[in-house]
Design a protein around this ligand. Structure first.
Ligand code: ADP
Length: 488
């Protein structure tokens, strides 16, 4: 099959979250299954400095945005360590900026126009590059217009007739909702501004557009696929998703075994596997404590956190419970993330208050994320909702026991510890049910009680966790089966 995978972020060229990881790893796994994959993404300011060679194809063409013709240039590179071609659409007016979608917590005012341009440029690129496409796979709101363009404007063009579309939802909370006067920018007629196509409570909704026009829809875990059809998690789209549910699948994200493997990790001081974890993980912990200026203490539990600092991730809850665990029990915390300035400030002030027990790094750093995954004993992820989540999987692979809230992909990837799951060898972490302080404290207590007082059980959980196979292969096979089903 010829698959064209379109995403607004692909690691390491541009990344704000899990979408970038998926957009790097899934195409590579589809390629491993002997399919022909091409990737297209915007060329951002950060793409220039990502350290991977990119060449100019010399190809330029004009793209219509709200009646104005704007130039698109195509650059070309390879997905890292693969043979997969990735094309970059370059237009500095839209993408040569400090952020991908926002700066200092504020969305760019012209985000609709920027991604209308990108989607239209992708549609034209199929012709310009003479791509043979069976499956056009789009991701999140930024590319939601593409299935609509195909069915409304391009279907009859030579080379586009046989294309089928899949739209993937990575996070339904971000839908790309814009005022209705952005509709003319798209070049699609007002007759499509209806509740069963692009309109959403009087506004233009690009995620909904993708969901309504794509032949198939996926989201990133089986549990989230069910949750988003309910009012609690549907972000207003629940009835749309229920309507489209016969063509909706939840397929779990995988992890990149090249990047996330403690036996080959180039960032950590002592590499390890299941046989050497007891000997080498403590060395990683000591190194992490040293580098963060924390007290060096093998026996104090070190709890890690890596992620966007957002309400979604329960960061407010974490900052509320830290004083208790530090003051009463000498627990240590190391946190890496960026996001909401209020939450950033809360973590920084906790680090200032408890310099020997709490460290907060407000930055985006691959290196620190690896050091934390390897050096921490426990990983905290009490998300209010979590479409899939990656760090709880990285943690298990690194023998770092996750504490998660039982929602979305966290349910599909972490098995709570109790007598039964210990007996049958499936226990890999600890889960809390409600997103409140009481449940969080009780679950931290349950975890630490095991860590301190039941050393053999703790070892068992580490070994169960490190045995998990979160590689992409199984999921890539599910995508292929779904592609085959929807192919026209
Ligand atoms: P989301 O996509 O909701 O942000 P995921 O868990 O799916 O959450 O993916 C987040 C990805 O981004 C993970 O690979 C995580 O390690 C990475 N990440 C998030 N924040 C940072 C940061 N500050 N530094 C390095 N990596 C980060």
């Amino acid at each position: 099959m010829n698959i064209l995978f379109v995403s607004s972020e692909v690691a390491p060229f541009a990344k704000t979250g899990g979408l970038a990881d998926v957009s790097e790893s899934l195409p590579a796994s589809l390629h491993d299954l002997k399919h022909n994959v091409t990737v297209i993404t915007p060329f951002y300011n950060c793409t220039l400095n990502c350290g991977v060679p990119i060449e100019d194809t010399g190809l330029k063409y004009m793209v219509s945005v709200g009646g104005e013709l704007i130039e698109a240039a195509i650059l070309k590179g390879k997905i890292v360590d693969s043979d997969i071609t990735i094309y970059f659409i370059k237009q500095d007016r839209y993408f040569n900026r400090a952020g991908l979608y926002a700066e200092r917590g504020e969305d760019y005012k012209d985000n609709c126009e920027r991604f209308v341009f990108f989607c239209r440029a992708v549609m034209e690129a199929i012709d310009v590059l003479k791509l043979d496409v069976d499956i056009l796979h789009t991701n999140d709101w930024q590319t939601g217009l593409i299935p609509a363009y195909l069915s409304i404007l391009y279907r009859k063009r030579a080379g586009y007739e046989k294309i089928s579309t899949i739209h993937s939802i990575h996070n339904l909370a971000y839908q790309g909702i814009f005022w209705h006067w952005d509709m003319p920018l798209t070049g699609i007629g007002w007759e499509h501004f209806t509740f069963d196509e692009m309109e959403f409570y009087g506004k233009l909704n690009l995620m909904k557009t993708g969901v309504m026009f794509a032949n198939g829809i996926t989201t990133v875990s089986p549990r989230y696929a069910v949750e988003i059809q309910s009012q609690a998690f549907g972000c207003g789209m629940e009835s749309v998703l229920r309507y489209r549910s016969p063509m909706l699948r939840g397929i779990l994200n995988g992890t990149s075994t090249r990047q996330w493997n403690p036996a080959t990790d180039k960032f950590i001081v002592a590499q390890y596997d299941r046989n050497t974890v007891n000997e080498n993980k403590p060395k990683c912990k000591k190194n992490l404590q040293e580098r963060l200026g924390l007290d060096i203490h093998e026996g104090s539990p070190l709890i890690g956190l890596v992620g966007r600092l957002a309400y979604q991730k329960g960061i407010d809850l974490i900052s509320d419970v830290i004083p208790l665990w530090v003051e009463k029990h000498g627990v240590q915390f190391c946190m890496l993330g960026m996001g909401d300035p209020v939450l950033e400030e809360r973590l920084v002030s906790l680090a200032e208050r408890y310099p020997k027990n709490v460290a907060a790094r407000i930055e985006f750093s691959d290196e620190w994320s690896h050091l934390i995954e390897a050096g921490a004993d426990i990983f905290l992820m009490p998300s209010r909702y979590e479409p899939c989540g990656l760090n709880q999987m990285y943690s298990q692979i690194y023998g770092t026991i996750p504490i998660v809230r039982s929602t979305g992909g966290l349910v599909d990837t972490v098995v709570d510890t109790d007598d039964e799951t210990l007996d049958n060898g499936t226990a890999t972490g600890f889960s809390l049910v409600e997103d409140n302080l009481n449940d969080l404290n009780t679950t931290i207590w349950r975890t630490l009680n095991t860590y301190w007082n039941k050393k053999d059980v703790w070892q068992k959980i580490i070994h169960n966790a490190m045995r998990q196979d979160f590689s992409w292969r199984k999921s890539a096979e599910q995508y292929i089966r779904f592609y085959e089903k929807i192919r026209q």
